[in-house]
Ligand binder design. Structure first.
Ligand code: HXC
Length: 258
């Protein structure tokens, strides 16, 4: 499918999705969110893709939901269309691993989109925030929920109540991002991480993603049980036999996603 607000490239088993509305700092309007969801679903269904990277521009990953598009909507309109529910559900239903490569602003819906990915690699220029309070609204796609789970109540309250931005170093310290790299190296580093994931068994990677995500939904004992059962089930795969045999034979594993 041809897209107007994103650019998609597939190379070496990795789909790189670039948000591309430079004039609006990649603000997430209906078209962009729709195209992003479609691209993610296509990547999820594409046998050539084993990992996905979402990035923006050097200046902005995404500066939030599109304020121009939202500004005149009424309560009944946003309630009736269930604004942002579809994007939240579709993005979090993707089963292949997704890395957010964030440079510049990741604000409001932009920060929330990054948090819906499986992990975040940040450029040293990245700025994260939930500044919706300055617009007379609150976060609407996880900014009060996922952010709180990731960085704790105090910092989440600080960001949601003051609207201040958090730089990459603070975000790494708080546990929001997995690593910080020089801006010029961001996409290279994210593609390198994606490449590493792409070399694993996709079945195993999807199982690992599912298990980590359960930790946000379940009590610890239920999560541990879920993990153990999935761990047990991996012994039904050929990739478990191959992975362990390769270790014992001191050679690289040849996974076949079976
Ligand atoms: C629409 C936006 C936008 C947005 C920036 N632009 N953010 N348009 N929606 N969220 C547009 C500006 O209007 C401007 O267009 C152009 O992008 C460049 O932005 P500037 O403000 O001129 O750039 P700069 O001075 O460098 O400031 C950068 C910025 C600022 C600090 C990121 O743009 C900003 O504060 N943006 C809004 C951030 C925000 O409040 N995000 C939360 C949105 S609400 P023109 O045409 O004037 O050149 C939200 C709700 C989430 O996300 C709900 C769930 C998804």
């Amino acid at each position: 499918m041809a897209f107007e607000t994103i650019i998609v490239e597939v190379e070496n088993h990795v789909a790189l999705i670039r948000l591309n509305r430079p004039d609006a700092l990649n603000a997430l309007n209906t078209q962009l969110l729709g195209e992003l969801c479609t691209a993610l679903e296509e990547a999820d269904a594409n046998d050539k893709v084993r990992c996905i990277v979402i990035t923006g521009s050097e200046k902005a990953f995404a500066a939030g939901a599109d304020i121009r598009e939202m500004s005149q909507k009424t309560f009944v309109e946003v309630f009736d269309e269930n604004l942002f529910a579809d994007a939240n559900d579709r993005i979090t239903s993707i089963r292949k691993p997704i890395i957010a490569a964030v440079s510049g602003y990741a604000l409001g819906g932009g920060c929330e989109l990054a948090m819906m990915c499986d992990f975040i690699i940040a450029a040293d220029t990245a700025k994260f925030g939930q500044p919706e309070i300055n617009l007379g609204v609150i976060a609407g796609m996880g900014g009060t929920q996922r952010l709180t789970r990731f960085v704790g109540k105090s910092k989440s309250m600080d960001l949601n109540l003051t609207g201040r931005f958090m730089d990459a170093e603070e975000a790494e310290r708080a546990g929001l991002v997995s690593r910080v790299v020089p801006a010029k190296k961001l996409v290279e580093e994210a593609l390198g991480a994606a490449q590493k994931i792409a070399e694993k068994s996709l079945v195993t990677a999807m199982a690992a993603k599912e298990a980590v995500n359960r930790s946000y939904e379940l009590a610890l004992n239920e999560g541990i049980l879920f993990e153990r059962r999935v761990f047990h089930s991996m012994f039904a795969t050929e990739d478990q036999k191959e992975g362990m045999a390769a270790f014992l034979e001191k050679r690289a594993a040849q996974f076949r996603d079976k």
